[in-house]
Design a protein. Structure first.
Length: 110
């Protein structure tokens, strides 16, 4: 292999490293019955608590947010979407409905 070809291969694979790292990063599924705007202070506190525990969003953990926006009938589909995306854990907030939807989705798809 010529030097120039080696550099092209190496540079191409180095460009893919951040994507590979993201693929191996744990993902938190966040399921809530309300809207993002209504719970902005709670989200800030959630992120702060994670960072105090060593989990920095975008660096060593990712968060997938799903908001039902008060439409409780959407919760099962939103929970199923998180399960299909193979999140590491699901945080369910906003009453028992999100928790029950997450429980049903994880039982159904595993």
């Amino acid at each position: 292999m010529r030097r120039r070809d080696f550099i092209k291969v190496f540079a191409g694979s180095a460009a893919a490293w951040p994507l590979a790292a993201r693929a191996q990063m744990p993902v938190i599924g966040f399921l809530h019955s309300a809207t993002a705007n209504a719970y902005a202070p709670m989200i800030a506190a959630f992120r702060k608590s994670l960072s105090e525990s060593g989990f920095i969003e975008g660096q060593n953990v990712a968060i997938e947010f799903r908001w039902a926006e008060g439409q409780f009938d959407r919760l099962p589909d939103l929970a199923a979407d998180l399960v299909r995306r193979q999140v590491s854990v699901i945080f369910a907030g906003g009453g028992s409905d999100p928790s029950l939807a997450a429980k049903a989705a994880t039982s159904k798809f595993r």
